[in-house]
Write a protein that binds this ligand. Sequence first.
Ligand SMILES: [Zn+2]
Length: 171
Amino acid sequence: MDNISNIMAAIVAILKNNGLTELSLGDYAEQDDPTFIIWFDNDGTPYDDPAIKVIVENSEISVELEARDFSNNVTLQAYEIDRLEWWQGLHTGVLGILEKDGKRRCPVCGKPLRARQKYCSETCRKFAMPQPTPQEIAELANKRIQKLIARIAQGNRKLRAELIEKYIVKL
Ligand SMILES: [Zn+2]
């Protein structure tokens, strides 16, 4: 999963399918790979603190951090967490905690997996696939157009050049 909204949807589904509305990630000092998230206090001072709990309410995610310079925790709303790697870290953390029971989970929906399955279903596998970039889509289209031009122009080099100039997408 390579975008924040897909990862957020996966985290919501994983908690729901495991009957949870919140999941403690545990003491960050004991987490394998805690996710540190930058947050700002009311004066705009940044802090970098570890995520300790993921909460889902009405399909909205919030994340509790252990504010190490303060005596209480801080809760961030999803929109305040705007880096892909933070979401990837939270997603890995959530699955890691759930899988402590020895059962592997589908990374998209959190349902238990059978041996050697990577996703529980074709739907989840497709959801997890990276989407092609506009550049990749244009390159693929150009390849097809080039083939078409070759068939139309045959040996006519002038026509071929004209068609390429006119129809190939410039990258
Ligand atoms: Zn699934």
